[in-house]
Design a protein around this ligand. Structure first.
Ligand SMILES: [Ca+2]
Ligand SMILES: [Ca+2]
Ligand SMILES: [Ca+2]
Ligand SMILES: [Ca+2]
Length: 308
């Protein structure tokens, strides 16, 4: 009976303990380190511990150790799927080639950072830190610090490239080669850019910083240059070009013009001959019908008839 009471009491005590458990190896890890903060290092350095598990982890008897084998005792807890930021009362982390280790209550090493340096331009510290991204991964990157919060990807600022080109000549004859040059195009971020030429006549697009093209027909065309930077931002610019008929076309036109003129002349001559023939025949008819001599003969005949 006495033993049963002891067991029952023990069970009651167990039920009263908050739902916590002691982490095994690797349950928590060092997620972010600020070796060289803005201002004084003393009191401003920090380390973020991350608990990716589903249960809180009590940090009693856990400790950190720096590259110089100095220990720093931890306390409190890291909530499930949460973060804890640890600060130090005095300078604890070297700015250069620092390695930080995390031990559990059994003195077992459960995490260790790679050697990291946070000394931008060999000057004063900044708000950037070494952090795992995504949280808990093996990839460490130096970017803006996120103390006590999830580690974010670096915000990349990107600007549109600017398309610009020259062409030579600015007008041409059909068949003549046009050369374009997009060397004036640029990207404000210094990104590499690619170039695409649309010649405006239905021919396949071409690429490259320069282009050459020849048009087969005389008319106006629009040349379209599209530039694209490494992150896919684009800019477009266009130029109009006048293509005139080629010399060969002109010769063809001349010969056809000559032919047309020749045909016209023949038609005119034939027409003139018809007119002349018509006038000549009309004149001849008029002479016959209106001859004074004939009229006189007719009158004489009439007179003779009267006398008789
Ligand atoms: Ca820093
Ligand atoms: Ca430091
Ligand atoms: Ca963080
Ligand atoms: Ca850009």
């Amino acid at each position: 009976m006495r033993m049963e009471l002891i067991i029952a009491s023990f069970m009651i005590i167990l039920n009263c303990i908050p739902s916590m458990s002691v982490a095994g190896i690797g349950d928590i890890l060092i997620n972010e380190i600020e070796l060289n903060p803005e201002g004084d290092d003393s009191g401003n350095e920090w380390i973020e511990i991350y608990n990716p598990g589903s249960e809180d982890v009590i940090l009693t008897e856990y400790y950190l150790m720096n590259g110089g084998n100095q220990k720093f005792e931890l306390s409190g807890l890291v909530k499930a799927n949460g973060f804890k930021v640890v600060t130090f009362p005095s300078q604890f982390l070297d700015n250069e080639n620092e390695i930080v280790s995390l031990f559990n209550a059994d003195d077992v090493l459960i995490d260790k950072t790679p050697a990291k340096t946070d000394k931008p331009d060999w000057g004063s510290g900044d708000s950037k830190t070494w952090s795992r991204y995504p949280d808990g991964s093996d990839i460490w990157e130096f970017r803006e610090g996120t103390a006590g919060k999830i580690n974010k990807p670096e915000v990349i600022v990107n600007n549109d490239p600017i398309a610009s080109f020259t062409m030579s000549p600015t007008s041409a004859k059909a068949g003549e080669t046009i050369t374009t040059d997009a060397s004036n195009s640029k990207d404000p971020d210094g990104d590499n850019i690619t170039y695409e030429w649309d010649w405006g006549d239905g021919s396949p697009k071409t690429s490259g910083i320069t282009g050459t093209h020849a048009y087969s027909k005389a008319m106006y065309y629009t040349i379209r240059l599209t530039v694209e930077d490494e992150l896919g931002l684009e800019d477009v610019t266009t130029k109009r070009i006048r293509i005139e008929a080629s010399s060969a076309d002109n010769n063809d036109d001349d010969s056809s013009d000559d032919l047309m003129m020749g045909c016209g002349a023949v038609i005119l001559i034939v027409f003139a001959i018809f007119i002349l023939v018509y006038l000549f025949r009309k004149k001849k008819t008029t002479v016959v019908t209106q001859s004074p001599v004939s009229e006189m003969k007719k009158k004489k005949k009439k007179k003779k008839r009267k006398k008789s």
